[in-house]
Design a protein around this ligand. Structure first.
Ligand SMILES: *Cc1c(COP(=O)(O)O)cnc(C)c1O
Ligand code: SF4
Length: 344
């Protein structure tokens, strides 16, 4: 059967509807939250479903459909699936794994601001994420007491205005790019009015998991000459990167925005030389430079992702022997009380 093309005389298929791209906000709302649905979509055995459901009760499963589409059906060990599927391993008690492994509560001068390092602060602008990563060190973060109500945001911005030693604001969360462009532009305008802020940084996984997030409005806001802007993406595996992301990164670069990546070293996802080399190569092809490779934070429920330090070091050394220096991320861990990320 032939169907009329976009220029066809038959008007039964509205051309605009056919051509319309899925809006990123729609993609962010229409996510998979039921472990059973994800397993069925990938044609996987549901034997672990009861435990997966129990693990989801604490920190729900949340997977954008575009991200699920990049998983290999039938592969229970798919590296993307492993990052997001709730698992019985999360429920095992693990001594030494804590709900606030970074003692972030000690570095909060006002709600929403995390100040640990010289000259730069994290500004927590939302608790929401497009995807829930099972290894996330913020899975127990008390977002409720940090959420940016209008009054709290006023207080955080007043704190920033009063601290002239802060040169760089890092929008964080949650995922800051889960906010609408309108809210982000409002926030950027208010930050831009604080004269001692010189650099704007955004830490986000959203453009990796939902294609189309870098809208032209947002790209030009980040390219604003008021700032030196940096976008630090979070991709852990080469299979996560898409042609859409490459195009969005190019658009950012044309506006002078620096685009970097941070990954987390995860057992069963990217703890091999092959996976790390492929990630660095793929990042570069997408216009992104590797920045950090983080050793997992010891957060309760994520112990099954951890890679021993010895193994992490030898993997990193092997990577240095394989790739040009600019494609080797810095292997670091966060140590509560240290004045920077700590090299391993
Ligand atoms: C990781 C982090 C930063 C950024 O560190 P860089 O080394 O500049 O990338 C800033 N503030 C806090 C609280 C952090 O955890
Ligand atoms: S996107 Fe980042 S903050 Fe959100 S769940 Fe994943 S790792 Fe955590």
């Amino acid at each position: 059967m032939t169907r009329p093309g976009p220029q066809g005389g038959d008007a039964r298929i509205p051309v605009r509807q056919v051509a319309q791209k899925v809006d990123w906000q729609q993609a962010q709302a229409d996510v998979i939250t039921d472990p059973g649905e994800l397993l069925a979509l990938l044609r996987l055995d549901a034997a672990d479903l009861p435990a997966a459901l129990r693990a989801a009760a604490d920190f729900p499963l949340r997977v954008p459909r575009a991200y699920a589409a990049r998983m290999q059906a039938g592969d229970a060990h798919d590296p993307l699936l492993r990052q997001v599927l709730t698992s019985p391993e999360e429920l095992a008690p693990t001594p030494g794994y804590d709900t606030d492994p970074l003692a972030e509560a000690d570095h909060t001068p006002v709600p929403g601001i995390l100040h640990k390092y010289h000259g730069r602060v994290l500004l927590v602008v939302t608790g929401a994420c497009a995807v829930h990563c099972r290894y996330c060190f913020r899975r127990h973060f008390p977002y409720q007491s940090h959420l940016p109500t209008a009054a709290r945001l006023d207080e955080a911005l007043a704190w920033l205005a009063g601290h002239t030693d802060i040169e760089e604001v890092i929008l964080s969360g949650g995922d800051p790019l889960s906010l609408s462009d309108r809210r982000l532009l409002d926030l950027l305008a208010r930050l831009a009015a604080i004269p001692h802020l010189r650099r704007l940084r955004i830490h986000s996984r959203l453009p990796v998991v939902i294609p189309g997030r870098m809208t032209p409005t947002l790209v030009s806001a980040l390219g604003d000459a008021r700032w030196d802007s940096v976008l630090v993406l979070h991709a852990n595996h080469a299979q996560e990167l898409t042609a859409s992301l490459a195009a969005e990164v190019r658009a950012l670069q044309q506006q002078g925005v620096t685009v970097l990546n941070q990954a987390v070293l995860l057992r069963g996802v990217n703890d091999s030389l092959v996976a790390q080399e492929a990630l660095s190569q793929a990042l570069f092809r997408h216009g992104i430079l590797p920045y950090y490779l983080h050793q997992l934070d010891r957060v309760a429920g994520a112990a099954h992702f951890s890679v021993p330090d010895d193994q992490a070091r030898s993997l990193h050394q092997a990577l240095r022997h394989r790739l040009p220096g600019y494609l080797v991320p810095r292997l670091v861990r966060e140590v509560a009380g240290d004045l920077s990320k700590t090299p391993l």
